[in-house]
Write a protein that binds this ligand. Structure first.
Ligand SMILES: [Cu+2]
Length: 179
């Protein structure tokens, strides 16, 4: 293969990676944590790989009361319960239901606040990004928890680490298969 066509293929791969979502010509976030998330979760593009690795569907599709959505969380209960945060092992993988399929759009790091606070003096951060506290009771029915979303696979015009993404929708849920 000629070098020029290799370069072309490489370039189109980059283009597809940054533009495949919603047909928007937005760059995927270049924040270091977003890059780390892409490295760590590329293998979970297909949700069956996530379920094989211990992630399971948690409740329903989550929309914001004011606009945008999170999507569907596949949560690893073991990671949520370990009281720790590891950039390479997010507690939740987030998918958008679209056209009868699930598309990986981001992750959420989650740690139960009581477990974290028992071992740490300050709230959690990951590569400089501060988690925020979700108090209890909450609509997820879980104890107070610290969380950080990372929109590594779907551009969020409001910010890579914002809870809700206006470019994610729950309209496609449940998928045909789940009905
Ligand atoms: Cu979430």
């Amino acid at each position: 293969m000629k070098t020029s066509s290799r370069v072309l293929i490489g370039l189109s791969a980059v283009f597809l990676a940054s533009c495949s979502s919603g047909g928007m010509h937005h760059e995927a976030s270049s924040a270091p944590l977003a890059q780390e998330v892409r490295r760590a979760t590329d293998r979970y593009q297909d949700v069956s790989a996530a379920t094989a690795a211990g992630y399971a569907l948690f409740l329903g599709c989550v929309s914001s009361p004011t606009g945008g959505a999170m999507g569907i969380h596949y949560v690893n209960g073991e990671l949520v319960g370990d009281g720790k945060i590891d950039a390479a092992r997010p507690e939740a993988l987030i998918y958008e239901p679209k056209g009868g399929k699930l598309e990986l759009v981001g992750v959420e790091y989650i740690v139960i606040a009581a477990a974290w606070d028992a071992a740490n003096k300050t709230p959690p951060t990951l590569m400089g990004q501060l988690f925020h506290l979700n108090s209890a009771p909450n609509r997820y029915g879980i104890p107070a928890f610290y969380a950080l979303h990372v929109w590594a696979w779907r551009h969020n015009p409001q910010g890579t680490f914002v809870d809700y993404n206006p470019h994610v929708s729950c309209d496609g849920y449940p998928t045909e298969a789940a009905r």
